[in-house]
Design a binder for this molecule. Structure first.
Ligand code: XUL
Length: 532
């Protein structure tokens, strides 16, 4: 069967690369994926990352190989790739790819008879770029804040300009770390791309620009003007950084036409447009087409995030982030991130429930809401919200005394309860007051988990058509960017996504359980605070 007028969304998450193809009615017609650890095991990643203490990176060449693999899978499907009008994408936020002086030429002259990896192996000034899980740049964060507003007001001023106080994983402090510690690597770098601007660079055969929305996760861009902040840039990378970063653009803009490599090798149309890529959380927001301030998304992947749309930016240095919206360059999204998400839940499952979600759920049902007053906080990797550097499992009994162990059933309940009580506690501080929560990401298929979220927040929880809302958002944005390009002007996002399948409520809050969690929250807050 031949399809017409299709749009491709790619999502390069921490753990793999997904592709989803939709038609012009926004229906999914094909999906495929590549898992980094399993299908690209030669890079030796764990959950897609290379972890060396606080320094966490990912091999840039792995992203290159994954793209050829996904394209191969697409071209072997029943799809006719020449029907794809545009491509956009999503990538884990904050991570960067460092390119040397050979990169521009090599990208522009790709030979379809060879693989991308064969030809692009030598284009990196640093083989493994820092990713969002890195927490090694505390000193550079403090220095960046100081440069912007002094010791007292620096965090506040930086947040006001860039949408966030300085965060270790944000690209600005990451760049500063290499600028000051490895000046020779820095000098050999012609371009620093975000992962989200590197992927479209491969597709257009040239350097693609950073989009406003993912650019907001760098601590370098003014979120109101979409321009680099000169002071921040000068601190992080000196005078040459502006040139190395290119110029940020609105997320719906065209990066270029697809390069001849993909036309000749996989059969794309030469007029296929590549729309700028963005971050995975912004794309998730776009994938659920949520624009109202009271629909809040909880995305559960390697990290757990909570976010929503907002017409106005009022960033705080205390917690959370404000990004430019990927759907409208004049609007914003607010978000916060818990680093201990799915991998932490999986570790507890493996240790206490024989690695089986079914057993996990059975065990969960054996304990009551509130876990008889037991609270367990699971910090397997340094936590972002709230900032907790010391890793470990912290267990407290009903009197708030630290204890060595819980029963297996209590462990299982404790991890779910503490993760979502923490999200409730901190999301309130950034002004997220949901009427309804939309759950997305891999873990959102777990009914026990959506019920827990409904009970903790006291609101109904809905899920979208697919848990892969980031890939979906990328596909919708491919369509949106294409429509804007054809019209020669910005078209409201909702005009293009009106046919999107609306999320469906899967869990209603249990009032009794909700009141137990609300009572427990004060105690939880105190215990969590002792760990920061
Ligand atoms: C967001 C963040 C993570 C990554 C995960 O600020 O650091 O959610 O985007 O891919």
């Amino acid at each position: 069967m031949k399809y017409t007028k299709n749009y491709l969304g790619l999502d390069l998450s921490t753990q793999g690369l997904k592709a989803v193809v939709i038609d012009s009615d926004l229906q999914i017609i094909f999906e495929t994926s590549v898992n980094f650890d399993k299908e690209l095991s030669e890079f030796g990643t764990e959950g897609g990352a290379l972890i060396d203490g606080e320094t966490v990176t990912a091999p840039s060449l792995m992203f290159v190989k994954a793209l050829d693999m996904v394209m191969e899978k697409l071209s072997e499907s029943a799809l006719n790739l020449s029907d794809i009008k545009s491509v956009s994408g999503s990538a884990q936020q904050h991570g960067s790819v460092w390119l040397n002086e050979k990169a521009k030429d090599k990208l522009a002259t790709l030979d379809p008879d060879k693989t991308l990896a064969e030809q692009l192996e030598s284009i990196f000034s640093m083989n493994n770029g820092p990713i969002w899980m890195d927490s090694s740049t505390r000193d550079y964060c403090l220095a960046l804040e100081f440069v912007i507003g002094g010791a007292k007001d620096g965090a506040k001023k930086l947040a006001k300009i860039t949408g966030s106080r300085a965060f270790e994983r944000f690209t600005g402090s990451q760049i500063a770390k290499y600028f000051y510690t490895t000046p020779e690597v820095y000098a050999q770098t012609e371009r620093i791309s975000l992962i989200s601007s590197f992927m479209p660079s491969l597709l257009i055969g040239d350097f693609a620009e950073i989009d406003f929305s993912d650019g907001s996760g760098m601590n370098l861009m003014d979120i109101n003007s979409g321009q680099w902040n000169d002071k921040a840039l000068n601190y992080a990378g000196g005078e040459s950084l502006k040139q190395k970063l290119g110029t940020p653009k609105a997320s719906h803009e065209v990066a270029g036409n697809i390069s001849s490599y993909f036309v000749e090798k996989y059969g794309f149309d030469k007029n296929c447009k590549i729309i700028l890529f963005s971050g995975d959380n912004p794309n998730s927001l776009a994938g659920l087409a949520v624009t109202g301030p009271n629909d809040v998304i909880v995305s559960m992947g390697t990290s757990d995030t909570i976010f929503g749309s907002t017409p106005k930016a009022s960033p705080s240095e205390k917690s959370g982030h404000v990004f430019v919206s990927p759907m409208n360059p004049k609007e914003f999204m607010v978000m916060l991130v818990r680093q201990n998400g799915s991998l932490t839940r999986e570790k507890v499952r493996d240790q206490w429930a024989d690695g089986s979600w079914e057993t996990f759920t059975e065990m969960l049902n054996k304990t009551p809401a509130g876990n008889n007053g037991n609270v367990g906080i699971y910090i397997y990797t340094p936590e972002i919200t709230p900032p907790i550097k010391n890793t470990g499992v912290f267990r407290f009994d009903k009197f708030g005394n630290e204890v060595e162990s819980f029963s297996a059933e209590e462990e299982v309940r404790a991890v779910y309860e503490s993760q979502f009580m923490s999200l409730r506690l901190h999301s309130k501080k950034i002004g997220l007051n949901p009427d309804m929560i939309i759950a997305t990401g891999g873990a959102s298929v777990d009914k026990a988990l959506t019920q827990m979220i409904a009970d903790v927040f006291g609101k109904p929880v809905a899920v979208g058509e697919t848990p892969d809302s980031a890939a979906m958002g990328a596909a919708y944005r491919a369509l949106h960017g294409y429509v804007c390009d054809q019209a020669g002007k910005y078209i409201p996002y909702t005009d293009v996504t009106s046919k999107a399948v609306q999320p469906v409520v899967v869990s209603e809050p249990n009032k009794k359980n909700h009141s137990i969690y609300s009572k427990l929250l004060g105690k939880f807050k105190k215990l969590e605070k002792t760990l920061s």
